[in-house]
Design a protein around this ligand. Sequence first.
Ligand code: NAD
Length: 369
Amino acid sequence: MNARRDFLQKLTLGLGLTAMSDYSFGSVANMQEPTAERPLRVALMGLGGYANIVAKGMQECKMAVITGLISGTPSKLKSWQEKYNVPEQNTYSYETMHRIKDNPDIDLVYVITPNSLHHKHVLQVAATGKHVLCEKPLADNAQQAREMISACEKAGVKLYVGYRLHFEPHTREVIRMREEGAFGKIMHVNNYMGFTIGDPTQWRLKKALAGGGALMDVGVYSLNAARYCTGEEPIWVTAQESKTDPVKFREVDETITFQLGFPSGIIANCGCTYNFGHSERLHLMGTKGWAEMVPAFGYGPIKGNTHLGPIDQPKVNHQTYQMDGIAACILNNEPDPNVTGQEGLKDMIVIDAIYESIKKGGQKIVINA
Ligand code: NAD
């Protein structure tokens, strides 16, 4: 019997109180040991590439279980239903998903569809009265993100964004060290995330489905990390775009470099690309020390060093940790490690400003949050 089934059986037997005692969140300072007596029941929406990775990671979850599926492809619903042991009555198309509101087997819907559908899909889930976890980027822009937050608030449901790194032990350790002053005053941050995108016909290269290019997809990692490396919110941005392949990147951005100014006076230099690999790196420098993680943002293993030596944290499955972490937040009302809709909105506000700066030839844009 695998760990998940074993755990679920323990829960059924009412022995769930200690089920997570062997489960380390590394240095997630604000995580208490979960005490929920049942798992979080999750429906996955959009059964594509990343949903496959999430579903696999969830097989090892101790606090979350797949109980529902939403897809526009009936054959996918059938094969996933069999593979993940989901009852047929818990499978939905996009047209029937409003019926989820009557399904007590589902607590949360995880939206894993193309970026520009997040807004519509989160509003639809909120209308069912279920909690929502939405993949990054939260929306196409800050206005949409505000509407999503407002819809979830009105419906009385929680909205989270899929910032899995906030549950990842190396990332948590760097945040903990920064919060405890190990690096002194942070003086500079330098983050980059990118990869070489393949298939020129994929939705990521179409503005109508992707909302934007490298910035939306992977620049959000550099940006979000600049916020967790400094503990500050940017007050201005400048940005530049470079395009070496105007055919492939006709509709969306290929490579963007951006600078973020913070209230303390420091500047973060960040970037992202769809057109070269080996570009995944976080580097923060303070008056007393530094941290560097390479790779820093992919599924890992994340590796890093600080001025004090290697970051010695467990290698974990990011999706397993994220889903158990979200379950702990919802079931136990634990404070979340910066993965709410509000956090997604903060990044969308900066992304809007980055695009505005590019449009205005690199002009400095003051951020009005
Ligand atoms: P994908 O193309 O592999 O899957 C998208 C799914 O959405 C497919 O099953 C597709 O059928 C479905 N879909 C529903 N309506 C659609 C429509 N109108 N057009 C196209 N597809 C439609 O993409 P993916 O890589 O799984 O990405 C999905 C989301 O997950 C994106 O928002 C992406 O940013 C996010 N993602 C996050 C991570 C992470 O590490 N957090 C990693 C990869 C992707």
